[in-house]
Design a protein around this ligand. Structure first.
Ligand code: UDP
Length: 475
């Protein structure tokens, strides 16, 4: 296996947050940053995961570590290695923790030797970088096997699990049993929701930290309205005449670039104009996101808001070889779309976004979310909906399911509308109709959502919480 690699994080100015969070909160951030600079002056803070690109963990690390470095913390990031057998196993663990394995498919005794061998290889590699006294944050099941080696080395070790399910029965609990033998000696544990911690974990050393977003990334930075329109016009999602504004976006490093790719759109009518209310769900083509259900609910239960259109937006699946299910789910959506009555079908558009340039993709998502009249996330299950936070930060009215982490993100009637049963399409249609029909309500919920995102779901809150956890664990 290739050696463990260190990811170049760079640094981004923490000061960027001031206009978004205000002077008062910024002053609190500065106090914590000052403490961190002194408290961590002699130690390094290592984050260890299994990929530098793609996936929520990489996205979160990119969105907080550069700011931690700017604050004066020596934050670093290492990526471990594995072979196909190891990743097949960790994918099974991932699915098992979400309750997505059939009984008997959960990892068991036969899987331990290989998992332990790959972990031992990576532990040796990590010793090249990590010193006694350093802080080590091990992310997700891929790194659980490194806990004891890092504790023996003399590091302060936190295992941070980003995956979880409210239910702890059956295959979920059996999958946790697999990990149990590896994580016991960690000094601390972090989960995204209280309910995601397995029942046997030591609660006195367990902390809850919700994921956050970087409000200044290509996905989330504030795009001027004319540029939003230029991007949507360019990718082909909105029909409008000529404009002189260029579809420009900002990259992670601050450089400007032009959106060059177009979206692949399944649609049998003209795409809507800028004035037509557009309902949007942005998701991977995954059954748990229930894109087909969103379409059926929109088509069958939205009466009286005749001019609204729906865009179901996901990544282009043709180039994504590691997600064969995506193509199948999109094909199912297209078949269901073809079966809609023609008048309904004319208002629904299935949109696949180009994936060659991930920052360009992010900027297109940004523009779509900013343009949306309502952002939907009607998932059947959701650990924590990043798309929900993204829409909250953009002040959009949201209709989502009352499942998993979404319940922590949105209080229904205050920051958006939640439907109790994600499979109940009538409930979904009614909530959507209410949101589309009452502008004042939509505006108020959108405003509240943005305020909540600013206080709870931006990277600075994440950093403050981590500093607090380290202080507690080190006394
Ligand atoms: N996303 C994207 N391009 C797409 C579809 C989705 O960048 O074409 C992003 C979306 O904006 C969000 C992430 O993928 O940041 C999905 O995270 P979420 O927590 O909503 O769901 P997950 O895919 O992790 O289950």
């Amino acid at each position: 296996m290739p050696p463990v690699q260190e990811v170049d994080i760079g640094s981004l100015p923490l000061e960027r947050f001031r206009p978004a969070i205000g002077d008062k909160r910024m002053a609190a951030v500065e106090v914590v940053a000052a403490w961190a600079r002194t408290g961590f002056s002699k130690i390094r803070v290592w984050n260890v995961n299994s990929t530098a690109t793609g996936g929520g963990v990489a996205e979160i690390l990119y969105s907080i570590l550069p700011y931690a470095r700017d604050a004066g913390v020596d934050a670093r990031w290492l990526v471990i290695e594995g072979d196909p057998e190891f990743y097949a196993l960790t994918k099974r663990i991932h699915n098992g923790l979400h309750g997505l394995l059939a009984q008997g498919e959960e990892p068991g005794e036969a899987d331990h030797p290989h998992y332990a061998a790959v972990s031992a290889f990576n532990a040796v590699e990590l010793r090249r970088f990590i010193r006694p006294g350093d802080l080590v944050l091990l992310h997700d099941p891929q790194t659980a096997g490194l806990v004891s080696a890092m504790v023996e080395l003399g590091a302060l070790v936190i295992w941070r699990c980003h995956i979880g399910h409210d239910d702890q029965q059956g295959v979920i609990s059996q999958t946790w049993e697999f990990l149990r033998r590896y994580v016991g000696s960690a000094h601390g544990y972090v989960f995204s929701r209280d309910a995601y911690a397995p029942p046997w974990i030591d609660r006195s050393r367990t902390f809850t930290v919700a994921p956050s977003i970087d409000p200044f990334s290509s996905k989330n930075y504030e795009i001027p309205r004319a540029t939003v329109h230029a991007i949507l016009r360019h990718v082909g999602l909105v029909n409008a005449g000529h404009s002189d504004t260029e579809p420009i976006f900002r990259r992670h490093n601050g450089a400007e670039a032009v959106v060059r790719s177009r979206a692949e759109i399944v649609s049998n009518s003209q795409v809507p104009g800028f004035d037509t209310p557009l309902v949007v769900q942005v998701s991977r083509w995954d059954r748990l996101k229930d894109m087909a259900g969103v379409m059926q609910g929109f088509a069958a239960h939205l009466n009286g808001v005749a001019d609204a259109h729906l865009a179901l937006v996901g990544p282009d699946v043709s180039g994504v070889s590691d997600d064969p299910e995506g193509a199948v789910v999109l094909a199912e959506c297209i078949a269901a779309w073809k079966a809609l009555p023609p008048a309904k079908r004319a208002r629904v558009h299935l949109v696949s976004l180009p994936m060659q340039d991930i920052e360009e993709n992010a900027a297109i998502v940004n523009a779509i979310q900013r343009h949306a009249a309502v952002v939907v996330q009607k998932s059947l299950y959701e650990g924590f909906g990043l798309t929900v936070t993204e829409a909250m930060w953009k002040g959009r009215p949201i209709v989502a399911s009352r499942v998993g982490g979404i319940q922590d993100q949105i209080k229904s009637g205050i920051h958006g509308l939640l439907i109790d049963d994600p499979k109940n399409l009538k409930q979904f249609g009614d909530a959507l109709q209410r949101m589309l029909g009452a502008r004042d309500l939509a505006r108020r919920l959108g405003r509240n959502a943005r305020r909540r995102a600013i206080v709870h779901f931006l990277g600075v809150r994440h950093l403050i919480q981590y500093v607090d956890i380290f202080r507690k664990l080190t006394g």
